[in-house]
Design a protein around this ligand. Structure first.
Ligand code: SAH
Ligand code: SF4
Length: 396
């Protein structure tokens, strides 16, 4: 999502005559787009901003823009701490970023287009919802990105068409609960069908869907449309009913597993996100998460240590001992590694369509990375025979 927001902000800069620099030494402007979902991400962003003071003073006229979720959370206080910051644009300001640039007086008038706007790459990122209204107890996103809203489908189709015209072969639709999309009654599946019909598009992906919105209609839509990726990244967060209820996720273990079965039954691979060490997680709850990894047969999982975030209800709970959380994370990572290796090991002998991102590397529709000995064109969709599996790459 931040990459998509960065692209959008780059377009506003390009419209004002800016072009991409090769490195920071050559650059006159640094735009730092930030995440605050976990404390660690925010720390890294803020310490990078601190280090930029030296870069800025080394050449006259250099400009620093601090943008995104950490900028939204830390707000104006940042300018006092880091007077080198010229522009602060929070995550809620992305739509109005052009206006913010104009107000700063540091840029010329917008002229449209611009050299930096060209070249979408193989994957075109397109936001379809903004914000989130779910209020999971641990999550800061609703506070820094605001309430959920769906973007007008005409604008989405226009954005996707522009990316395809600029060379994108796949479109990745983005939103925090992307499959909860609803614009005046137009739902996610209907939007998927519209975008899949765009000429020149080879594959359609999306992130992050919420388990509660995975239903029969989605399965039918995906099965009927080969361009829709046979992969869904479906964050579970926990395998314990009690922790899921405490997290206010809106589903229990059984419901989650039912959704993963529906997906796998339709040939759709499932990966996930898991949080280890939520404050109310007992050893027994954690074991439930481990067994969920076994049962759901995830092809991949991103695992995070619980991080207390300001404003969220979970931040008010007494945290678990850090040593216990570290240990659980370690065990979980090992479990996930084994599950993912098993998923990779099941692929040799199959023939799969690979969308190449470089001449020898691409992804299957089920989102496995593949390296080939034969060379293909970047952006080509080709059927290859999988010969071997390494840890997280298939060889063909
Ligand atoms: N909208 C998506 C997730 C967005 S945040 C969803 O609901 O599934 C991306 C991931 O960060 C989450 O899936 C969660 O696993 C992790 N995350 C969010 N808040 C966190 C916190 N306070 N501590 C640790 N991990 C967190
Ligand atoms: Fe955060 Fe995702 Fe829950 Fe929204 S649905 S509050 S973004 S974890």
């Amino acid at each position: 999502m931040n990459m998509a927001d960065s692209d959008e902000m780059m377009l506003h800069l390009a419209a004002r005559g800016c072009i991409g620099a090769r490195d920071m030494e050559e650059a006159d402007i640094v735009l730092l787009n930030t995440c605050t979902v976990r404390e660690h991400a925010e720390h890294r962003a803020v310490s990078f901003l601190g280090r930029l003071a030296k870069w800025k003073s080394a050449k006259k006229g250099r400009v620093i823009i601090f943008a995104g979720c950490a900028a939204q959370r830390l707000g104006r206080g940042l300018r006092r701490r880091f007077p080198q910051t010229d522009i602060i644009a929070g995550a809620k300001d992305i739509d109005g970023f052009g206006g913010i640039l104009d107000k700063s007086g540091l840029f010329g008038a917008a002229a449209g287009g611009g050299a930096g706007a060209a070249g979408a790459g193989i994957t075109g990122l397109v936001n379809i919802t903004r914000g989130c209204s779910c209020r999971c107890s641990y999550c800061i996103v609703p506070y820094v990105r605001g309430e959920a809203y769906s973007i007008n489908p005409d604008d989405i189709l226009a954005a996707a068409s522009r990316k395809i015209a600029a060379g994108a072969k796949e479109i990745m639709l983005l939103g925090q609960t992307v499959n909860g999309y609803n614009y005046k009654g137009k739902n996610f599946c209907s939007l998927l069908r519209d975008i899949a019909s765009l000429k020149g598009l080879l594959r359609l992906r999306f992130m992050s869907p919420h388990p509660v919105f995975i239903d029969e209609e989605f399965i039918k839509t995906a099965v009927a449309e080969p361009k829709i990726s046979r992969h869904v990244h479906l964050p579970a967060q926990s395998g314990s009913d009690k922790v899921l209820a405490d997290m206010k996720r809106g589903y229990d273990r059984r419901a989650f597993l039912r959704k993963t079965e529906m997906l796998r039954g339709a040939g759709i691979a499932v990966s996930t996100d898991i949080i280890a060490g939520y404050p109310t997680e007992t050893e027994e709850d954690f074991c439930q998460t481990l067994s969920l990894v076994d049962e759901a047969a995830f092809t991949a999982a991103y695992c995070f240590k619980f991080s207390p975030r300001a404003l969220t209800p979970a931040a008010a709970l007494a945290p678990l001992d850090d040593k216990i959380v570290e240990k659980r994370l370690d065990i979980l990572l090992n479990k996930v590694k084994t599950a993912s290796a098993a998923a990779y090991a099941a692929q040799p002998g199959t023939k799969q369509a690979v969308l190449f991102e470089t001449p020898t590397n691409g992804r299957t529709s089920t989102n496995f990375w593949v390296r080939t000995s034969k060379k293909y064109a970047a952006g080509e969709l080709a059927e290859v025979e999988i010969k071997e599996a390494e840890d997280t790459i298939l060889l063909a």
